[in-house]
Design a protein around this ligand. Structure first.
Ligand code: MN3
Length: 194
């Protein structure tokens, strides 16, 4: 049973101008698709051939199997963290939890931006549930909270391929656009409530 490349939850022009159709065409159509193809090549005929993606991520040690499986999971999660109707502020229980852990929603946004801009090299910045509270964590390369027993609520991809065509080296502008215009708080709230 091969791992599928899930459809995007919106059209490939829906995030424009913040993330262009051209970026989507490479990031989803080439990078994400390549991770799926690589993963299927690695699991074919092995004990993982019929495993769920999550089980592969949790079971794989360091190396190509983990890198490709985690990148498939991370990217699918990332696309769902954005919406053409995104931005604004969280509400309800999620907002209360953010205020409890970070002081205020604005303070959370500032720290999430700082940790996304300051995540050196290729990686991901996440909001995760940790014990009774929430935390921001940074991961390198393909690494993912799923491999560390944490519940991911939100992520931003800070590999250069996520923003270079639209923002070149200006990662802060990409992070601002993500937070202000794209961040899908409904998806974050659903993860928080799960
Ligand atoms: Mn990426």
């Amino acid at each position: 049973m091969a791992i599928d490349l899930p459809a995007l939850p919106y059209s490939d022009t829906a995030l424009d101008p913040h993330i262009s159709e051209r970026t989507i065409s490479f990031h989803y159509g080439k990078h994400h698709a390549a991770y799926v193809n690589n993963l299927n090549g690695l699991i074919e005929g092995t004990d993982h051939a019929d495993s769920s993606l999550e089980d592969i991520v949790r079971a794989a040690g360091p190396g190509g199997l983990f890198n490709n499986a985690a990148q498939v999971w991370n990217h699918t999660f990332y696309w769902n963290c954005m919406s053409p109707d995104g931005g604004g502020d969280p509400s309800g229980d999620l907002a209360a939890a953010i205020e409890s852990s970070f002081g205020s929603v604005d303070a959370f946004k500032e720290q999430f931006k700082a940790d996304s801009v300051g995540n050196f090299g290729s990686g991901w910045t996440w909001l995760v549930r940790e014990g009774d509270g929430l935390a921001i964590v940074k991961t390198d390369d393909a690494d993912t909270p799923l491999a560390h027993g944490q519940t991911a609520l939100l992520t931003i991809d800070v590999w250069e391929h996520a923003y270079y065509l639209d923002y070149q080296n200006a990662r802060p502008a990409y992070v601002d656009a993500f937070i202000e215009h794209l961040l899908n708080w409904e998806f974050v709230a659903a993860n928080f409530a799960a």
